[in-house]
Design a protein around this ligand. Sequence first.
Ligand code: NAP
Length: 481
Amino acid sequence: MKKIFDRIEKALINGEWISAKSHLDVINPASREKIGIIPNLGPQETIQAINAASAAFPAWAKTPPIERANLLWRWHDLILKNKTELASLISLENGKSLSEAQGEIEYSASFVRWFAEQARRVDGDTIQLDQAEKRVFTIKQPVGVVGAITPWNFPSAMITRKCAPAFAAGCTVVLKPSDLTPFSALALAKLAEEAGFPKGVFNVITGDAQPIGLTLCEDARVRKISFTGSTRVGQWLMAHSADTVKRLSLELGGNAPFIIFEDADLDNALAGLMASKFRNSGQTCVCANRVLVHEKVYASFVEKLIPAVNNLTVGSALLEEKTQVGPLINQAGLDKVNRLVQDAINKGASCVAGGKVLNEFSGFFYSPTILVDVTAEMVIFQEEIFGPVVALYRFKEEAEAIELANNTSVGLAAYFYSQNPARIFRVAESLQSGMIGINTGIVSSVSAPFGGIKNSGLGKEGSKYGIEEYLQIKTLCWDIS
Ligand code: NAP
């Protein structure tokens, strides 16, 4: 067993680590074994955390940016110093492979470093007016207390992608991590404490999501909600934030098309698809969901894909270092994948690899799967799969591929492979998605804006735009006459 960062079974309010009479169990999805407990907190403790964040806000907002940057640098260094243990913790509570978990810790730290750098680059403007007697300046100020709600599929990176820009901007945070993967969040909070963040700046609440979420939405002191998760919950948070007119950043679900044109380099397309599809066992919001292949290259692509998928090593990351595909997060995730595959088969698709629950494992494992002859009438076309299943569709014309790709209510990531420059511009401009991978299966990087359109959400994370989500522009109008 790898060395693992101590599981912290407490929440953090105003610098105090607190327990509760009632607990929630946390399990390892690779074995279904209980790995610890977390306090089951509710509205009362959420209000205490908002009180703490509100009290800490004025002083934190006025801290010279270089001091906030220095704290972020210290946090960054501590995250990397504990990289191996934090990665093992991710694998334990989420199930992803150790190499992916280490990659996530590096990605997670990269946001802290990036926003440490950005903290000192928040500048306003001087603006010319039509009236000669007036001058206008803008300053940027932190929005206030932020409620951050994060999912289980990136237990570490989703926390730093929200909290680092918030802290850099001068905001304080009440974080509600997923109850399925809370220990990575609590470990990050412990390291932030060690780095020297003042009490009340970073608060972490664990417990039943809905009452905590509602309290964050309804409290007027919380000026922003930053959420990553499903479209359904994002819409719910948006509706409940209406009365207090909050700022919102919503990173929601996707249904990424992955188009392979007849002029694509098929080996590159295969490498890109394997990277995009099987990361985190297919449980990322930017995973290739609908693989559209031109009819001329369909058969040869399937022939290359089958051995690549059959060669994937499935297992428990902490027991087997060479694991590439881990379990799904829980029984509901496993049931959903099974339901989508069965529906497709019942409606005429064929399974040419995998296609089953792996009962030989004690955790929530599904075999890496390929479905061919999938059509838009099947449920798998409209729903996010969130599992290790490649669904292959056939098309004849470019326009048909674009229409199929855009035939969904969401628009997060899309990918396509082509070697024709004119087509590359045409297709990139036509796809209704916030991020487009062109001849690559990976679009995320700290310096590239991350975010979707349509029902995939609002706002951008990471990049030079990420910090703007936590700042408001104030206009200063000065009569000099
Ligand atoms: P989810 O059910 O929406 O949960 C996300 C988070 O919201 C969890 O912390 C959950 O807490 C909490 N939550 C659930 N109901 C809530 C409520 N009524 N009020 C406040 N918080 C609530 O999504 P998930 O299944 O964990 O995550 C997978 C989804 O996230 C997928 O759709 C995926 O595409 C999306 N995602 C999007 C991005 C992106 O950047 N666009 C990135 C990653 C994932 P509990 O877990 O404790 O219930």
